[in-house]
Design a binder for this molecule. Structure first.
Ligand code: SF4
Ligand code: FES
Length: 266
């Protein structure tokens, strides 16, 4: 009769080093606070943080809504890298896990940051809505769209506004007016849309300076950290080609005018 040895692994003891600071209490010092937790199978950072808050410190601040990588509210630095906490398994991380708020956004408290104001400002800066053609015909028959084009627009729409690409971007961290990969993705989405009345020259005026397309210095951190795998490099290359074409057209003697200095701010 054969005997089998069943090995039961001892759960890991995880150490969470969590950034703590409340900007509403400026007398307090920003610090890292340690919490210990026994790892469970399929534990995500969402589960771990909720257990810490329920069992050890009810004052810990962090954001979650959907728990399924859709709402974009749980972005944070995980051992220095921007990630979504709700779809990050602790099993993929070492025993010591450092959690910090995303940089480049206003801190609300601990791990919670205000991405909403940043994304609203960016949306207003690039006017990320369909600019309709004149005259507007409210009962016009809906026009068919090529399937490949619809797919390209859909790719741009998959952004969940988590802010990971902004936090992972060296330029966005030093220039709060830079629209970042999320903004460039948004611009490419509307520039491709045949329903949008804006011409390339219109777009050139909006995004062809140091806060737009030509602000990117090619670090590509955005592409590495986007949790939704958006084709950010493709979007960027598309925009740059379009804007260079528009800029060169402006430089021609028969063009609509002198090109602006791509490095100048608006
Ligand atoms: Fe997040 Fe990706 Fe959208 Fe950036 S482009 S906000 S990383 S989903
Ligand atoms: Fe919604 Fe993580 S909780 S994306």
């Amino acid at each position: 009769m054969s005997t089998r040895t069943i090995q039961i692994e001892t759960p890991r003891k995880l150490v969470f080093e969590i950034f703590r600071f409340d900007p509403g209490q400026p007398a307090g010092e920003p610090r890292l606070e340690s919490f210990e937790l026994e790892e469970q199978p399929y534990m995500t950072l969402y589960i771990a943080l909720n257990r810490i808050r329920e069992e050890q410190d009810p004052s810990l601040q962090f954001d979650f809504a959907c728990r399924s990588a859709i709402c974009g509210s749980c972005g944070m630095l995980v051992n220095g890298r921007p990630r979504l906490a709700c779809n990050t398994l602790t099993a993929t991380l070492p025993e010591t896990i450092r959690l910090e708020p995303l940089p480049a956004f206003e801190l609300i408290g601990d791990l919670s940051v205000d991405t909403g104001s940043w994304f609203r400002g960016m949306a207003e800066q690039v006017e990320s809505w369909i600019h309709e053609r004149e005259p507007f015909v409210p009962d016009a028959v809906e026009e068919r769209m090529d399937a490949d084009l619809a797919q390209a627009l859909y790719e741009g729409e998959r952004c969940i506004e988590c802010g990971c690409c902004i936090a992972g971007c060296g330029v966005a961290n030093v220039n709060p007016d830079f629209v970042g990969a999320a903004g460039l993705n948004r611009i490419a989405r509307f520039m491709r849309d045949p329903r949008d009345a804006r011409s390339e020259d219109d777009w050139f005026e909006v995004v062809s300076d140091g806060n737009g397309v030509f602000g990117c210095v090619g670090l590509m951190g955005c592409h590495d950290v986007c949790p939704k795998g958006l084709p950010l490099l493709e979007q960027y290359a598309y925009l740059r080609r379009k804007m260079l074409g528009s800029g060169l057209a402006k430089r021609r003697p028969d063009g609509p005018g002198e090109a602006r200095d791509p490095g100048a701010s608006r």
